[in-house]
Design a protein around this ligand. Sequence first.
Ligand SMILES: [Zn+2]
Length: 294
Amino acid sequence: MKYRYSLEKGSKKFTCPSCEAKKRFRRYIDNQTGQYLGDDIGMCDRINECGYHKPPRKTRKKIISHSIYQKIKPKKKKISFIPPDVFKNTLIPYHQNNFITGLLKLFNSEIVTSLIERYHIGTINDKVVFWQVDEYMRIRTGKIMQYDPNKLIRIRYPNWIHTYFNLKNFNHDQCLFGLHLVKELNINTPICVVESEKTAIILSGYYPDVIWMAAGSANMLSKERIKSIIGHPIFLYADIGMEKLWARKMLGIDNVKIVFWNKALEIDPEEHNGADLADFPHPDERMPLPMKLK
Ligand SMILES: [Zn+2]
């Protein structure tokens, strides 16, 4: 029997929406039309390091009714959480942490300390851990990243905490980076969402009165992932060139605004395609913050 949808055969691979590794992500194809499904519908071949797999949702019922598939396809598993000790053991002195060394070139130690506390930034050797703590203070997972301390540019691909510590049968379900902050907020408080954890942290250093969260990557923004902040005015600061993708992903959700920050900061989108807010000098009085946009 031929399935309606299957992973594309051959060597063509894309950038993984979860770990961002290039040419490691195979997408699903509609065998009736030959078209790709959504750009996040597929499977990463870094099975151990990343493990991202999003099958076509609408077809799940049909697929499950197939008896062979039923045997191998487990029921939707419960979300796993990181044991608090694993989390706490990363909240250690930061002198080796290259990301923090980079932050200290932008901010004084008082501000850096407040950022570490605000975002529960962790350390493993010289690497940084961006913990994903949800609105119930449950630890979904952590992203381990290596940075060049001089330019705060990412080196190599991220690894996940549950992979690094080899946590068995860990069913990870990501949340927004910074989601835990929602707990303290009045429902009228605006929330700004950027693409990367680094950008959220840096912008929070420059504009501490504003709540900054990160999707993790352009493709990781989804209706499901912003569920916990719906009701708040949401302002999306996509990387340059990703505004349309983010607008499409949020279609039908009220109270979400795409901010064309490059226009406000007079940045040429062609020349700076793919750039993010942290790539430019701050603070900038032209910066389109929520209080100015309302
Ligand atoms: Zn991946």
